[in-house]
Design a binder for this molecule. Structure first.
Ligand SMILES: NC(=O)c1ccc[n+]([C@@H]2O[C@H](COP(=O)([O-])OP(=O)(O)OC[C@H]3O[C@@H](n4cnc5c(N)ncnc54)[C@H](O)[C@@H]3O)[C@@H](O)[C@H]2O)c1
Length: 258
């Protein structure tokens, strides 16, 4: 076997990357990650963040709006003749209890986390087919709460729970990842999911008691940080995972193992 050059195995120089939810905690870190590797990055979000870089273009886009999403993806493809990787992080969470659920909270979660994600994938696929594009890697963001119930004891008495509808929407993301991996294989589009456990927020730290209780639930004894997701993202984004599709990679410090 020839010597493997690790740098060339994970080469993202000049790759065209689209990240939805690019102004969020995780999305903005992924934008910076790909910029540091020489990629050209496009970010979709409803709100702008402060990232300024010659290779970064923020595009104000609401993923719930299908025609807007299609138009804006089309513009990226026209300019670059391809999109190599799409990372779907845009999502909303609802924190009130299930028995206080309103229809507008249900609609907002479903319209963003499921229908919005479908708008992005379906719009891209139509453009991919129309332009006979060669390949693409799609990475969706699920959550451990897409396949586990939260342990509500860690949330204390405050009315700020990870909700049933958020978990149900993330279960849908894991499922539709599998569905699309099969449907899109003939177009050379790989579709995978990354499901993080709780990520510590450096900008707006979570309540100290919550962090302590949550950490106790984790075999590795702490919440995750955004950088813990990077290797999973780079693996799924790289050509090295071209034989990986329909998978849900869980990065949770082992929480889902007990
Ligand atoms: N942070 C965690 O602990 C954690 C754990 C498990 C899974 N996740 C998942 O990871 C992803 C990113 O999480 P995060 O912590 O960065 O969340 P975040 O709330 O910080 O970021 C989400 C971003 O999505 C954007 N967004 C929401 N609705 C949108 C819409 N309709 N159109 C365009 N943009 C929209 C928001 O403006 C925000 O910038 C989400 O899918 C989330 O469910 C996060």
């Amino acid at each position: 076997m020839k010597n493997l050059n690790i740098k060339s195995l994970f080469n993202f120089n000049k790759k065209i990357i689209l990240i939805t939810g690019s102004s969020g905690q995780i999305g903005s870190s992924i934008v910076k990650l790909f910029l540091s590797l020489g990629s050209k990055v496009y970010g979709f979000d409803k709100i702008k963040n402060k990232i300024k870089h010659d290779d970064y273009e923020f595009i104000k886009a609401d993923i719930r709006n299908k025609s807007e999403v299609r138009r804006k993806i089309s513009r990226i493809v026209k300019k670059n003749n391809r999109i190599d990787v799409i990372v779907n992080t845009a999502a909303v969470s609802i924190f009130s209890k299930y028995d206080k659920r309103t229809n507008s909270e249900l609609d907002k979660t479903i319209n963003t986390n499921i229908k919005g994600l479908l708008n992005v994938i379906n719009s891209y696929v139509n453009i991919h087919k129309k332009n006979s594009l060669k390949k693409c890697s799609i990475i969706n963001f699920g959550s451990i709460y897409g396949f586990l119930s939260p342990d509500f004891r860690i949330y204390g008495n405050k009315d700020r729970f990870s909700s049933e509808i958020y978990g149900a929407s993330k279960a849908a993301v894991i499922q539709l990842t599998k569905y699309y991996s099969v449907m899109l294989s003939k177009y050379n589009i790989n579709v995978n999911c990354l499901s993080p456990g709780g990520i510590f927020n450096n900008q707006k730290p979570q309540n100290k008691k919550f962090v302590k209780r949550y950490s106790k639930r984790v075999p590795l004894d702490r919440m995750g940080n955004v950088k813990n997701l990077f290797t999973g993202i780079l693996f799924l984004a790289s050509d090295r995972s071209s034989y990986v599709s329909g998978q849900n990679i869980i990065i949770d410090g082992g929480l889902s193992s007990w």
